[in-house]
Design a protein. Structure first.
Length: 488
């Protein structure tokens, strides 16, 4: 609970010398109307596939807890749309009303992601998925026509195969004028030995994190993003998977699931060397906050210090001195240890060649790290993290405790339209509490609510903000050098 009584968002905005960009707001597609509009542009397969994807929630909510437990189906969200606050419910449903109320929220420009559309990249049937996503993108683009000076919607980019992703990228950018792509990640792949029982088959999957151990090479997708000026942003789910399958408690399933999904794909992109091969690209991982990213940055560095090729040399079993070990065992060990070592000629370990058959023992080989600056260039610079406004951990992005005292690129993300925003006028004031409490500076707040968003999308596409309400300020910001550490 906050100890603050919030000033009006417009009051906060008037005290800033920079615009406010919302990096992740949401609209809520009104299913009956949206589906019929999809039917007009994509046919029955698109509309019926869309409704079937949404029906999985009502089907699960219609089951008893015992039935969900038996089938290992997670408890979904119920009562997840604003009701008492009818104005906000209408605002989420109607882009023109959202557009009109932007000054009331203290926001100058917003990137708007879908709600029902979040689940569409998880549709298994290839033809259905492609038809649904194409129609969803067309209908969404139409809904936001003539609102582009304040709002831009994210197009859905399915990532089941590189070819599918590239086809949709080319269509939404060239035909619909899309500037933002919501990319799929963590797609479930059926295990070839999956049983015939539908519930067992649903659980017999592995999750593709795109850049590591995938069946496909996604470098052509990243190359296409570079060509088209699209920054890949991920708004992927980790719920209904593994440790988030409670049949009775939605909150248990919900907490941390966006962070888990972002953690998985960002770690793969880093270790898979994508940021090394495509240094121009910027990637965003949304709605999971930045706390996990601060920890991951440290974890990667600490593992590199112990598991890179040079570090592993210290662990090579062939470097052990068996005579010394035997001498120490005879002096300090018990008789069983001495006997076992004698039987092995002083060697305690398994075959040193038993390394799992990997071609390269260095898990960081794709990163080609040779200097400290590589950590800034491969992680701190290209990665951006969507942070909900009331998350106190947002301050960690600006902490000197991060490796090399590097700031991480936290993005102000209101999440308006969803149940966790009780009032759409709250997010900006909640975000500003970190300034009020002395946890971040005004300059940090400028980065959080404006500059980082400009550099995420404007680095990929210098014309991204042309014609928008923040065009002049964004153009000036893009001329400013980013304040990343310069290391030896």
């Amino acid at each position: 609970m906050s100890a603050h009584s919030h000033p009006a968002p417009a009051q906060i905005r008037s005290g800033l010398d920079h615009p406010v960009i919302d990096g992740d707001g949401h609209w809520v597609e009104f299913d009956p109307v949206f589906a019929e509009r999809m039917r007009k542009v994509g046919g029955d397969l698109a509309a019926d596939g869309f409704l079937a994807a949404l029906k999985t929630t009502t089907d699960a909510l219609s089951m008893s807890v015992a039935e969900r437990s038996r089938r290992r189906i997670a408890q979904p969200a119920f009562w997840s749309r604003q009701a008492e606050n009818t104005l906000d419910r209408a605002t989420a449903m109607m882009p023109k009303l959202l557009y009109e109320r932007m000054p009331e929220f203290g926001t100058d420009f917003a990137i708007i992601y879908p709600t029902a559309g979040l689940r569409l990249p998880r549709i298994h049937d290839d033809a259905t998925r492609r038809a649904v996503i194409r129609a969803h993108n067309v209908v969404t683009a139409d809904a936001f026509q003539n609102l582009g000076d304040r709002l831009t919607p994210a197009a859905i980019i399915p990532m089941h195969t590189p070819e599918e992703a590239i086809a949709e990228l080319e269509y939404v950018t060239r035909e619909l004028g899309a500037k933002v792509g919501m990319f799929g990640s963590g797609m479930s792949r059926r295990h070839p030995a999956a049983p015939s029982d539908p519930d067992a088959a649903r659980l017999a999957v592995w999750y593709d994190v795109l850049a590591l151990d995938s069946e496909y090479d996604y470098d052509p997708v990243w190359a296409k993003c570079r060509e088209l000026g699209i920054a890949p942003t991920f708004h992927s789910s980790g719920s209904n998977q593994g440790l988030r399958l409670s049949p009775s408690n939605f909150v248990y399933n919900h907490i941390g699931h966006f962070a888990a999904a972002g953690h998985a794909v960002s770690k793969a992109i880093f270790l898979g060397g994508v940021t090394r091969r495509f240094p121009e690209l910027r990637f965003a991982f949304l709605e999971g906050g930045v706390g996990w990213a601060c920890q991951l940055f440290g974890d990667l560095l600490e593992h590199w210090e112990r598991r890179s090729a040079k570090a592993l040399e210290r662990m090579d079993p062939r470097k052990l001195d068996p005579k010394l070990l035997m001498t120490l065992a005879e002096k300090y060990g018990d008789s069983d240890v001495v006997a076992a070592l004698h039987a092995r000629n002083g060697w305690p370990d398994h075959d040193p060649g038993l390394t799992g058959g990997v071609a390269d023992l260095d898990d960081f080989s794709a990163c080609k790290i040779t200097r400290k600056q590589d950590w800034i260039d491969l992680y701190a610079k290209p990665f951006y993290f969507g942070c909900e406004a009331d998350d106190r951990a947002n301050a960690w992005a600006f902490s000197k405790n991060n490796p090399f005292e590097s700031k991480l690129n936290a993005l102000y993300s209101s999440d308006i339209g969803h149940f966790d925003v009780i009032d759409m006028r709250d997010p900006l004031a909640e975000a500003h509490e970190l300034v009020d409490d002395g946890l971040i500076t005004a300059d940090n707040f400028r980065d959080f609510t404006f500059a980082n968003a400009v550099h995420l999308w404007g680095t990929q596409n210098p014309r991204f903000f042309e014609g928008t309400a923040v065009a002049r300020a964004a153009a000036e910001e893009l001329k400013r050098p980013r304040a990343y550490p310069v290391l030896n």
